[in-house]
Design a protein around this ligand. Structure first.
Ligand code: NCD
Length: 320
């Protein structure tokens, strides 16, 4: 099988063929999710635990739905009120959960690297649902599927990623994925929100939005991640919208058939004009939500296959 990963911790670890394998399987799960009866038994008998140490609406809901549509027993743990500190606390939590024999662990954590640390301590497959400003692999995969379905391909496109690049795991995972699939990437942000050294990823940098959008096929907007800012990164939201908020006029600089994306949650009138976000001729934001469920089904299906194979090998190993 083309997908060999044990965990899904980041796009960084995936080969282009593995990415294509996820997208192809997800296409099939889109069809299944559109049926009246959406149930399958791919994960029947398996236990999925969702641990979100940071708030989430669509990611948590779609991981839960994805698991249920595949027949897993899904448990949501509310981690918000518990200690969100790294180190011993996280490892203790991991060990406690491990003792309950989950098969799939879906984890979101505010610290970059925390999910990798946790994955090293458990016997099940771990899916990163976003760790700090590091990676958000299922978001990049669902964005790729959305783009592939809208544009007919996920190669040789010019993609603009705009806004708060510095604090965004969505931008980072997308940058890595789009690079692996040989696209042309432009990052558009005010200098305060452009991370130093990011051009090493092989992308073009712009602080003028109209300039950066010229001829783009895909315009990916990002939320201002205020929870990760500890100072004045922008003069005011009004000024930010004026220079970096996407509206019809700025979009007119992109290709005529450019699509508009946003991972959500959106701040209307800050990152994007509300009417444009709702314009079904340009915006694929609702498609992104739909693709999110299908991509997560595909990822969990593929990881579960690898887990079964690994456990099977271990049992055979003890018999000989
Ligand atoms: C993103 C996240 O949590 O990183 N949202 C999401 O998963 N849908 C982006 C964001 O919060 O701005």
């Amino acid at each position: 099988m083309a997908f060999r990963a044990r965990h899904l911790l980041g796009i960084e670890h995936l080969a282009p063929l593995e990415i294509t394998t996820v997208l192809d399987l997800a296409d099939r799960y889109v069809e299944m999710s559109r049926r009246t009866v959406k149930q399958s038994d791919v994960l029947a008998g398996m236990t999925q635990i969702n641990m979100f140490f940071e708030s989430s609406t669509r990611t948590q809901a779609s991981f839960e739905l994805a698991g249920k549509r595949l027949g897993a027993d899904v448990m949501n743990m509310s981690m918000q009120s518990s200690s969100v500190k790294k180190g011993e606390t996280l490892i203790d939590t991991a060990m406690t959960l491990n003792a309950m024999h989950p098969d799939l662990l879906v984890v979101r954590h505010p610290s970059s690297g925390a999910v990798n640390l946790l994955a090293s301590k458990v016997n099940c497959a771990v899916l990163n649902a976003g760790d700090g400003r590091h990676e958000h692999p299922t978001q990049a995969l669902l964005d790729a599927l959305t783009i592939r379905r809208a544009k007919g391909r996920i190669q040789r496109l010019t993609v603009a990623i705009c806004g708060d690049i510095a604090h965004s795991r969505v931008a980072r995972s997308n940058l890595i994925l789009l690079n692996k699939m040989e696209n042309r990437i432009r990052l558009i942000a005010p200098p305060t929100l452009m991370p130093a050294g990011v051009d090493a990823f092989g992308c073009e940098l712009f602080d003028d939005m109209r300039e950066g959008l010229k001829g783009c096929d895909v315009v990916m907007m990002l939320r201002l991640q205020k929870e990760r800012m500890d100072g004045g990164f922008i003069p005011s939201e009004r000024e930010y919208y004026h220079r970096y908020g996407l509206d019809a006029e700025k979009l007119s600089h992109a290709a005529e058939d450019a699509i508009v994306m946003h991972p959500g949650p959106m701040n209307r009138g800050v990152e994007i004009d509300g009417d444009l976000a709702d314009d079904i001729n340009r915006s694929v934001i609702q498609d992104q939500v739909e693709m999110g469920v299908a991509v997560r089904m595909a990822c969990m299906d593929l990881l579960a296959r690898n887990l079964r194979a690994e456990r099977g090998r271990r049992i055979v190993g003890t018999m000989v």
